[in-house]
Design a protein around this ligand. Structure first.
Ligand code: ADP
Length: 230
């Protein structure tokens, strides 16, 4: 479904992606891991067309994304930091996003699931970080799409919201969707990920199942296995 070929990206003298090759098949949950600054967000932004690589190719369903933009109608993206307009209310933002796509949307169910009913008329600028993240999640999951990209989706969530988020991700997988997720929470990776993609020095250092990682590093604890990888 997604292919990165020989991807290079530098910011000034800093090389972030250094000839990265990666293929991701359709269906399943892929955890994109790596130390801070290893280029996870840059890789995602290249796929979204928000960062233009210096060199390389990116294909989505066998078509180059660098030349066409329509593919973006078929993916949902949860940014690591949601820059919401502070003076809009929650419901005004949800309705604005809803009007952008002529697709069926399921925001009501999600508002209920994350207990946002009492916040709908509050201004986004007055919400706590965790409540903003719940809004971020509603906006990401309200439309159906083939690919779902989640950059640190658990930030600020309370334990109940975290359970709901994990269930949502699992439901999407059961419906045949492809989910890319970056997170520092290893229990989320352990519970959800079908494959781990580990970035280091601008390249893919490891790609495979959790079992394969544990076997390769001779360690049954995921956190330790990842620490042993490098
Ligand atoms: P990660 O998501 O793995 O923490 P990022 O992709 O956010 O890493 O960043 C990788 C490196 O690139 C970091 O050193 C970061 O400071 C740098 N970087 C990211 N975006 C920019 C930018 N727009 N301009 C300059 N440097 C950037």
């Amino acid at each position: 479904m997604i292919e990165f070929k020989n991807l290079h990206k530098s910011f000034g003298k800093l090389t972030v992606l250094d000839g990265l090759d990666l293929s991701i098949k359709k269906g399943g949950i892929f955890a994109i891991l790596g130390p801070n600054g290893s280029g996870k967000t840059t890789l995602i932004k290249c796929l979204l067309g928000m960062v233009i690589p210096n060199k390389g190719e990116i294909n989505f369903n066998n078509e180059s994304v660098l030349k066409k933009w329509e593919y973006r109608n078929n993916l949902n993206y949860l940014p690591q930091i949601a820059n919401f307009p502070p003076n809009l209310t929650v419901i005004e933002l949800i309705n604005m996003v809803k009007n952008l796509r002529p697709k069926e949307s399921k925001e009501s169910k999600l508002i209920e699931l994350f207990g946002l009913e009492d916040f709908l008329n509050k201004k986004l600028g007055n919400l706590s970080g965790g409540t903003k993240q719940k809004v971020n999640i509603v906006l990401t999951f309200m439309f159906d799409s083939e690919l779902i990209i989640l950059d640190e989706p658990t930030t600020g969530l309370d334990p109940i919201a975290l359970i709901h988020l994990k269930e949502l991700i699992q439901q999407e997988k059961a419906n045949g969707k492809t989910i890319l997720i970056t997170t520092h929470i290893m229990s989320v990776v352990d519970e959800l990920a079908d494959e781990i993609v580990f970035l280091l020095d601008g390249k893919i250092y490891f790609k495979g199942s959790i079992e394969a990682l544990k076997k390769q590093t001779n360690n049954n604890n995921l956190e330790h296995a990842i620490a042993n990888l490098i």
